[in-house]
Design a protein around this ligand. Structure first.
Ligand SMILES: CCCCCCCC(=O)SCCNC(=O)CCNC(=O)[C@H](O)C(C)(C)COP(=O)(O)OP(=O)(O)OC[C@H]1O[C@@H](n2cnc3c(N)ncnc32)[C@H](O)[C@@H]1OP(=O)(O)O
Length: 206
């Protein structure tokens, strides 16, 4: 099996684990046994690791492959994951949030909504050919985002002004795509060469 497929397989198992560990009502003894077994598995994976200045070997930074992105990465235990496609400049995202993402009972944590929107706004910005980093993200929470419900996100660029790009996005359910639950407006700033070197130099050099 190819490495990226194996990473995705491990990611799926980890996401299942996170979901079950969040919803389980098993007795304390079972939890302790599971914790001990999981520490053994973690130790096996920890035999060979990378540091923060080393890109994952399965990643392709310029090709946009980030296996461990915490929002979209197939290998991430933290990602829902959000699946994004860009159609005619509009980024469309789909995901379902489990109970691990709970804020108020039955609904998503507000920070999770911000995370999803930051990511999908970023995709729209990259697709416009003006990549940059988020320097500002304004959120409007109109209605709570339900857990265990297929969600539909959208994002598109509104304005490009030199290095500054503004984009807006929304979260709705698949069932009611026209009812906006959360909306966001973000400002993204393209990096100058010296900023790119300062922030990402060690990674790019490797
Ligand atoms: C497909 C992939 C999708 C990925 C989506 C996820 C995106 C992310 O999560 S990115 C991570 C979060 N963002 C960050 O960590 C960025 C942190 N910020 C920074 O490092 C710096 O602000 C940086 C490097 C972007 C810009 O550096 P800085 O020195 O401020 O920029 P500088 O060149 O002086 O200023 C550029 C312009 O930006 C403006 N600016 C800077 N910060 C802000 C801000 N918060 N709000 C509005 N304008 C701002 C400045 O006023 C200036 O405007 P002008 O050109 O009109 O005078």
């Amino acid at each position: 099996m190819e490495r990226r497929e194996a990473i995705t397989e491990l990611g799926e198992a980890l996401r299942l684990l996170v979901d079950q560990a969040t919803t389980t009502e098993m007795p304390a003894d079972d939890l302790l046994r599971a914790a001990a077994e999981l520490r053994e598995v973690a130790a096996r994976l920890g035999v060979r690791t990378r540091d923060r200045s080393t890109l994952a070997s399965a990643d392709d930074l310029l090709g946009g492959v980030r296996m461990y992105n915490p929002v979209t990465g197939g290998g991430s235990a933290l990602a829902p994951p959000l699946h994004i496609e860009v159609v005619a400049g509009v980024a469309i995202g789909r995901c379902t949030l489990g109970l691990a993402f709970e804020g108020p009972p039955r609904f998503a944590h507000g920070g999770v909504s911000a995370m999803l929107l930051d990511q999908i706004l970023g995709h729209a910005v990259v697709a416009s050919g003006n990549p940059g980093m988020t320097v500002r993200l304004d959120m409007v929470y109109r209605a709570p985002v339900p857990l265990c419900t297929p969600l539909r996100l959208t994002a598109e660029v509104q304005q490009v002004d030199g290095r500054r790009v503004t984009a807006t996005g929304t979260i709705a359910t698949e069932a009611e795509p026209d009812t906006v639950l959360v909306s966001a407006s973000g400002t993204f700033m393209g990096l100058r060469a010296d900023q790119t070197k300062r922030l990402f130099g060690p990674v790019l050099k490797a």
